[in-house]
Ligand binder design. Structure first.
Ligand code: ADP
Ligand code: MG
Length: 252
């Protein structure tokens, strides 16, 4: 279980920008959490704290009850495997000069997942589990030789080789066309069902949230203003801001 307790992030010292203010959240394996909110509401900052990329200014992030700041190097390595990121590809998540094989091999080697001899088998299994069949047709391609949906699947496969329990996805499908997006979401929900992977899925796309989320958190101006089961949030929003968001969403 991944738990954020009253986490705040202030950028730029005492009179800086409060990007996230006293956010609390619990993410469990097998649960699909969506975080919604307008641009600038602190979603990506919360994601970066969850990934251990930036420390909270106050409050804590803990995995199975152990605070990130108290982890020894071994626990930290474990954290970096257990909690994986899938970001938006245009953000340069894949190196344009690396083949798919190299992108996966680097991760497998860095975390000592498999021997050199088993590398290809592990990489291929990950690619096929995200629907890239046969893996041999993808291993030697460069990012520019893949479609947007295929690149996003490679990013998921790269996370999967580490056997994560929770994947933090920040606008991971936002740039994709509707049918391609649906395909990538099917891969993600299949992994949730088959492997018990949990998601913290950040998006401004409410129809997607309505389709895939179990639990919804609503952020505004750095604060989580409301959270709850998807059905309750959509059918009986308690916060004025949630009502405004839902009213502005297309075709729910
Ligand atoms: P969202 O992902 O919801 O659009 P962000 O977390 O990116 O929101 O940003 C929240 C606020 O924090 C914004 O006002 C943004 O300008 C500010 N911010 C984000 N990152 C930094 C940073 N590294 N330095 C200073 N301000 C930042
Ligand atoms: Mg963002």
């Amino acid at each position: 279980m991944l738990e954020v307790t009253g986490a705040s992030k202030v950028f730029g010292g005492r009179h800086g920008v409060t990007a996230v203010q006293e956010a609390s959240l619990i993410a469990r394996p097998g649960e699909f959490i969506a975080i919604v909110g307008e641009s600038g509401s602190g979603k990506s900052t919360l994601a970066r704290m969850l990934l251990g990329l930036i420390p909270p200014t106050s409050g804590g992030i803990a995995l199975d009850g152990v605070d990130l700041r108290r982890m020894d190097p071994t626990q930290r390595r474990g954290y970096r495997r257990t909690v994986q990121a899938v970001l938006q590809d245009p953000a340069g998540s894949l190196n344009p000069r690396k083949t798919v094989r190299k992108a996966l091999a680097d991760v497998i080697r860095r975390h000592a997942i498999a021997s050199r001899k088993d590398m290809e088998r592990v990489a291929s299994a990950a690619l096929e589990s995200v629907g890239l069949f046969p893996a041999s047709a993808f291993l030697d391609r460069y990012p520019h030789e893949l479609s947007g949906g295929q690149r996003q699947r490679v990013l998921i496969a790269r996370a999967l080789v580490l056997d994560p329990r929770i994947i933090i996805a920040d606008e991971a499908v936002s740039a994709l066309d509707a049918s391609v997006k649906a395909g990538v979401l099917r891969v993600m929900t299949a992994l949730q069902a088959e492997r018990g992977i949990g998601y913290v899925f950040i998006t401004h796309d409410l129809p997607v949230v309505q389709k895939v989320a179990d639990t919804v958190y609503v952020m505004r101006a750095g604060r989580i203003v409301e959270h709850g089961p998807k059905k309750r949030i959509f059918e009986d929003p308690q916060h004025e801001y949630t009502r405004t968001l839902l009213a502005a969403a297309p075709r729910l």
